[in-house]
Design a protein around this ligand. Structure first.
Ligand code: RTP
Ligand code: MG
Length: 141
């Protein structure tokens, strides 16, 4: 497996629940290193741009409104097979379908308020990391 980087966002519901640390612990205990990190209140324009691939989907407006409803914690995770590993740790999009012990099973309330985002491919990871972090703000470790 190759060393990869992926973009992770702790969404407004999980930030409000005060579980940033618990989620970071899961990353760290599973071989993912935080190599960049910031808390941010997304503007509507930033959220729309980030989720542009979903623009035509029926849930797009609700998704954008939810993502700007409070601050989010944005991080770059680095590790062997980081993209898939993070997706495995997150669990299924709908927490009702998420396997026990996954972040969404433990912290998400609904398909909308589902605690975390994670890049879904290596190609999208590179695009998403660059969307939020200049290369100089990502630290090789
Ligand atoms: P994410 O992008 O946030 O990591 O989530 P994901 O890959 O598991 O799911 P995706 O298909 O990319 O959808 C992005 C977010 O939109 C919301 N969603 N709502 N009501 C619905 O049918 C529906 N489908 C998706 C979810 O909050 C999902 O995380
Ligand atoms: Mg997605």
């Amino acid at each position: 497996m190759a060393l990869e980087r992926t973009l992770s966002i702790i969404k407004p519901d999980a930030v409000a629940k005060n579980v940033i640390g618990e989620i970071y612990t899961r990353f760290e205990k599973n071989g993912l290193k935080v190599v960049a990190s910031k808390m941010k209140q997304l503007s509507k324009q930033e959220a729309e741009g980030f989720y542009a691939v979903h623009r035509e989907r029926p849930f797009f407006n609700a998704l954008v409104e939810f993502m700007i409803s409070g601050p989010v914690m944005i991080q770059v995770l680095e590790g062997e097979g980081a993209v898939l590993k993070n997706r495995d740790l997150m669990g299924a999009t709908n927490p009702k379908d998420a396997a026990p012990g996954t972040i969404r099973a433990d912290f998400a309330d609904s398909i909308d308020a589902n605690a975390v985002h994670g890049s879904d491919s290596l190609e999208n990871a590179a695009i998403e990391v660059a969307y939020f972090f200049p290369a100089t703000d990502v630290y090789a470790r």
